[in-house]
Design a protein around this ligand. Structure first.
Ligand SMILES: *Cc1c(COP(=O)(O)O)cnc(C)c1O
Length: 959
């Protein structure tokens, strides 16, 4: 018998190459072992010495067993807390086929539209649903959460203000505290003055440019804002409404009473509370402001054959290239959750939603009437779902009795708030009545609930009862039977290429394995149904996960503490810069506002810096792609008096561990600045070096890159920030839940720990990999990249490498020379689809190039298929170069090829069909068909259509 292994090793599942494959790959690189490669790649002066201090790796079964115990420490009481988070019923058909389905959650952001039509359609459904319910003209495809969406609205209103001297924003005092908290943070960084007060006495000063109201208001009342809005408009003040989407089924939509922007959460559309997230926020506005909308917009266009096709609209012109001029820093949003919310509306349709909203409202009225019969005072005359009961001296006893019955209400002084939701039943109302009766010394039999139920009247003012139609499109009226829904979801899923099909080698995005075991606990009710403001003694499980993850990520980054508030990398950048700003100010350095950013930085870096109210100064890169240290030194000196920070990505976006990184950080510190490290490339660092070791002060971690949260087709993500000890006191706080020290900046997200439920994924990854596994993952990420480099460098020039000719975990393939043959880098991206692959990152950080990042999770077999495809494409380019293929009518220019094209009765191309669709033998075995031909980008931008077009439009297209 050979040696017995007592424990399954998850590491062997996570890392792609087998032992034999590893040997073959090392041979190809002329290396004896992995450590030799690491020595040639990672500069010795920044190498970590002792191994990471992490608990021993757990096998998959052992981990899930441990998590069962942790889950038991969460107490899922019945929640009536409300405040923006409500219990929901996630339809099983959506849970299993979307939420728990790698065919939906492992997709990349839909930049390659031809292989992303499924999720583009699902997101278009989401936009249509938002447009219909809010009564607005245009909507985007999700933002991070309600509070940041409100902040984005404020900034858009600011940008569009007529009077450029106006800098005050009026906020109605009845908004949720977490929304106000995030508005405060943003207002501070933009220099906007926030005026919080009663809508009936908005100051007359001329400096107000915008106003924000909540609908229904934070206290639950439903108010008619029409007259106020007219008065405000007469003063050139634009109005944003934060609206509860479910309530809009019954209420006159804000678009009909004059709102200029409407934002809010779509959590109530089937997305579990998850202790704060992830949930998709929505953003809707007028057509006139389409160029100022933050986030992504999905639009309708045509493909090469003139057929219906979808794509992300206004991308290049409005968003990417604008860096610090960008309308926002949103990159990762909440695509998966928006897709689910859209499906929820598709499944329920107008009638189903009406049913849910009426039931919710009806049960609230039932409870209201019953409590009044018991002698309670209910403060809200109008409401959708929320009651406020004045308890006086009964407040204490009621709180205790509610807890005895495992019921959470929202307590403020002597008032108890009760928000009814989709899950509330008649029996739940009986329980609440019993609780309230008991502390008055009465019994439930003192109220005749059945009689009350028989005579219910709505508590929505007649002027605000919705009359207009919504969700009339056939998409929302065709899939209410589960079989129809199941097939609709599948039909969209099969249009999309995901990690279920092949590697997605996206440089800088780290599309690694999202292991099934890592996903499993997320849908356990102990984690899904917790309200973020639930009492601390009910959230022990989450507290344990968050504290362990804090320790582990602190160890991995070499920092003192981690804040889990930011919901994306870009939000982490913003949070980190605001922390740096607070640190400078605490030392009396109010004026430090210059941020140095290398030319090669990701667009979110300058966008976040400008959002944080800072001035961006660009630092040059030399011809080898590295930061020009002399230029950095010069700029640090020039700006020494006002230097706030350097933002640096490490290893660089060029895929190189720059040798002088310690010197670079020293220069910044010597001139009074702080170093912000963009952690998107942490996958090349974990266990080998760390932000702390290179001398950074703050970094964000894209948990949806390095730490296995799936990309979800463009979110959710998490961008926690780690900081050195001197910055710990300034980490973000939260109005409702205390999560930081006294000097903490105000909140950057709605929820205290951001999208807490997906922290489970990163927790699982670290717990199952352990120190050795994580370090091996990094080594393999570097091995896989260098193996691809070795296989491809005779076919494509590889830009930039380290001192020993090695790349880090990614590399840039130069495609600029093919232009002489008329081939653009985009043509290669499209042709890769015919081979069954998603393109690498196109034209970032260098225009005309491809950035390839294989990650550790891909086997040699898959890397070889990918390299074979690129080598074959290089041959196809060569054929054009030397005139064997036509310059226009060729395999690249006509790519991708669809079933319809290849099976058409007429074939008029100068190359055979088989070469179009099955260019290599492996493609035949597992063919992925792009569902549309090449999409027309400019057509889509010229005529912007961002809601489901009427059926007649489809017929026109077919004709
Ligand atoms: C992905 C990425 C970001 C932005 O992160 P999000 O989570 O998408 O907001 C920032 N910088 C770099 C280098 C990245 O690759």
């Amino acid at each position: 018998m050979s040696k017995i292994h007592f424990q399954e090793k998850f590491e062997e599942r996570h890392i792609g190459p087998s032992a034999d494959e590893t040997t073959a790959m090392l041979d190809a690189l002329g290396l004896q072992n992995l450590d030799q490669l690491v020595d040639e790649t990672v500069p010795v002066q920044i190498r970590a010495k002792p191994p990471l201090a992490l608990p021993n790796a757990l096998g998959e079964t052992a981990y899930l067993n441990r998590m069962k115990v942790v889950a038991d420490k969460n107490k899922a009481f019945k929640s009536y807390i409300g405040q923006g988070y409500y219990d929901v019923i996630l339809p099983g058909v959506i849970q299993r086929n979307v939420f728990e389905n790698p065919g939906w959650y492992t997709q990349y952001t839909p930049y390659q539209a031809e292989i992303a039509q499924g999720r583009l359609q699902a997101l278009l459904n989401f936009q249509t649903m938002v447009i219909d319910l809010t009564g607005m003209e245009i909507a985007n495809a999700s933002l991070l959460d309600e509070a940041t969406a409100a902040a984005e609205a404020m900034f858009m209103q600011y940008g569009l203000r007529k009077n450029k001297a106006a800098n005050a924003y009026f906020v109605s005092s009845t908004i949720f505290p977490q929304t106000l908290d995030v508005l405060r943070t943003r207002a501070l960084s933009y220099g906007i003055e926030l005026l919080v007060g009663n809508l009936n006495d908005i100051p007359q000063e001329a400096n107000i440019f915008g106003a924000l109201v909540q609908y229904p208001a934070g206290d639950g009342t439903v108010q008619d804002y029409k007259t106020v809005v007219e008065l405000l408009h007469a003063r050139d003040i634009s109005v944003c409404a934060v609206a509860d989407l479910l309530s809009l089924v019954l209420l006159t939509p804000p678009g009909e009473w004059g709102a200029d922007v409407v934002v809010g959460s779509t959590q109530r559309f089937g997305i579990p509370m998850g202790f704060g997230g992830p949930h998709a926020a929505y953003f809707a506005t007028k057509e006139a402001y389409k160029r100022n909308i933050p986030g992504r917009i999905i639009g309708v266009t045509v493909d090469a054959t003139g057929g219906y096709a979808l794509r992300m609209a206004l991308q290049t012109r409005e968003q990417h290239i604008r860096r610090d001029k960008a309308s926002s820093n949103i990159c990762t949003a909440q695509a998966l959750l928006a897709i689910m919310a859209g499906f929820y509306a598709v499944y329920h349709g107008q009638k189903g939603l009406l049913n849910i909203a009426e039931r919710t409202h009806g049960l609230a009225v039932l409870l209201d009437d019953a409590l009044q019969q018991l002698g309670y005072t209910q403060l809200n005359e109008t409401y959708f779902d929320t009651l406020r009961i004045e308890l006086g001296e009964l407040a204490g006893p009621l709180h205790a009795e509610a807890l005895n019955n495992e019921v959470n209400l929202y307590y403020q002084g002597t008032i108890a708030g009760i928000s009814v939701d989709e899950t509330t039943t008649y029996q739940d109302i009986e329980i609440l009545v019993r609780i309230f009766a008991k502390i008055k010394g009465k019994t439930a039999t003192d109220v005749d609930l059945a009689a009350i139920a028989a005579a219910i009247h709505p508590h929505i003012p007649p002027s605000l009862q919705r009359a207009s139609e919504y969700l009339t499109h056939p998409i929302f009226n065709s899939y209410h039977a589960e079989h129809e829904m199941l097939r609709y979801i599948k039909s969209l899923e099969t249009k999309d290429l995901s990690l279920c099909h092949s590697m997605i080698p996206l440089g800088s995005c780290t599309m690694k394995l999202n292991a099934t075991t890592e996903m499993i606990p997320i849908t356990w009710p102990e984690f899904g149904s917790l309200h973020p403001f639930a009492p601390a003694d009910q959230t022990g499980g989450y507290m344990q996960i968050i504290s362990e993850l804090d320790q582990w990520l602190s160890e991995i980054t070499g920092f003192a503490k981690v804040s889990f508030q930011p919901n994306s990398g870009a939000q982490g950048e913003y949070a980190g810069l605001m922390v740096i700003r607070a640190y400078h100010e605490s030392r009396g350095d109010m004026h430090r506002d210059v941020v140095l950013i290398p030319a090669s930085a990701h667009g979110t870096n300058p966008a976040s810096a400008s959002m944080a109210g800072m001035k961006v100064v660009v630092v040059k890169c030399d011809e080898r792609g590295n930061i020009d240290v002399a230029d950095l030194q010069a700029k640090a000196e020039i700006h020494a008096g006002n230097l706030s920070a350097l933002m640096v990505t490490y290893p660089s976006t060029h895929g190189v561990f720059e040798e002088p990184i310690i010197e670079i950080c020293d220069i910044i510190h010597q001139h009074g600045g702080q170093v912000y490290m963009d952690g998107a490339n942490m996958n090349a660092q974990v266990g080998l070096t760390s932000p702390g070791l290179i001398g950074a002060d703050v970094c964000h971690l894209n948990l949806h890159k390095t730490f296995c949260i799936p990309h979800g087709g463009g979110g959710p993500g998490m961008g926690p920030i780690g900081v050195a000890a001197h910055l710990v006191p300034f980490l973000p706080n939260h109005q409702v839940v205390d999560v930081s020290g006294e000097q903490g900046i105000s909140a950057v997200s709605a929820a205290p720990w951001g999208s807490a439920s997906i922290l489970l994924i990163s927790h699982a990854y670290i717990a199952m990999m352990g120190a050795e596994g994580l370090t091996n993952a990094t080594k393999y990420a570097i091995l896989n990249a260098n193996y691809i480099k070795a296989r491809l460098e005779n076919h494509y020039p590889v830009l930039y490498a380290g001192a020993n000719g090695r790349c880090a975990h990614e590399m840039i393939l130069d495609c600029r020379s093919f232009k002489t043959a008329g081939v653009e880098v985009g043509d290669i991206a499209k042709r890769l689809m015919d081979y069954g692959f998603h393109a690498p990152t196109v034209s970032f950080p260098v225009a005309g190039t491809l950035m390839v990042e294989p990650t550790e999770s891909e086997s040699k077999a898959e890397l070889d298929r990918f390299c074979d495809a690129l080598i074959a494409i290089r041959e196809e380019i060569a054929a054009i170069e030397d005139g064997r293929s036509d310059k226009v009518d060729n395999l690249l220019k006509r790519a991708p090829h669809t079933v319809a094209m290849v099976s058409a009765d007429v074939w008029d191309k100068p190359y055979p069909r088989s070469q179009a669709a099955f260019p290599l033998p492996f493609v035949r075995e597992h063919k992925f068909w792009p569902s549309v031909g090449r999409v027309n980008d400019s057509q889509g931008d010229r005529v912007l259509i961002c809601a489901c077009p009427p059926m007649s439009a489809y017929e026109e297209l077919e004709a």
